[in-house]
Design a protein around this ligand. Sequence first.
Ligand code: UTP
Length: 301
Amino acid sequence: MRIRKALFPVAGLGTRFLPATKASPKEMLPVVDKPLIQYAVQEALSAGAEELIFITGRSKNAIMDHFDKAYELEAELEARGKSDMLKVVQEILPPHATCIFIRQAEALGLGHAVACGRAAIGNEDFAVILADDLIKGESATCMEQMRRVYEEFGASVIAVQEVAPEEIHRYGVVEIKPISEGLGEVTGIVEKPSAEEAPSNWAVVGRYILTPHVLDILEATDPGAGGEIQLTDAIAEALKQQTVLAMRFDGKRYDCGSKLGYLQANVELALSHPEFGAQFANYLRDLPLPEPEPESSAESA
Ligand code: UTP
């Protein structure tokens, strides 16, 4: 059992990040010095994926360009003797990786985006990574941790994290039968429940290992929460026939689809940057910070 294919839904409108995302993709927002989608691709590669399937939409051509060969740029860097930067550009993708781009004509929801990958996925189990959930794995990348669970149990795996009750309404939430510390069998899953209705505080984050059965279900799935075709609804249906595991990952997730999460990712990843982390820490230390104000709830934005 191996996960060779990873799917990246990148066709969303990114409304929470306007105006930055008016003409350029949210997934190309840089965290420190790399776009979000590059972190996602590296994570998929770390777990052994070789075929990278991007579900794109309008205004997303920059993503395609980012993973394409840039002849002029490479020639220019070579001519200027900038061999370090040339290496950085050439190593964005390893030679064994291939990219497939599929257009989602209308942003009808994450479930619909995943279903658009059907022809490229065929009859294999596959990974799904949402690039705006940036995860810094502790012992290994999140997808690598999931791959190990997938290989051990031979079942679908979704990554979860514990969230506070006031946050729960923003997530898909699982009901679980515990297996071991941080691992459970999913017995139910519901999209964006209220804190009272939520079956647990284990919230689904943007990492999945799924079977093609979910794609069959998605073809017949009606729009759910928010009028969108929800991946969560298809997983709920799949549970009737197959085992799905929820894995609490070891690491930290940044919700880079929100402005606050994106800023936090930039600050924390910059602090651990080998080149200028220490310098950046000194800069932050000397920064005159304003008096703390009571936190507003405006940022789920
Ligand atoms: P989000 O829920 O973050 O939606 O999608 P969004 O449109 O990107 O952003 P907001 O909420 O308007 O700010 C989660 C992931 O699913 C993809 C997005 O690109 C993102 O990676 N997606 C969502 C699609 O590919 N197609 C869709 O129809 C919806």
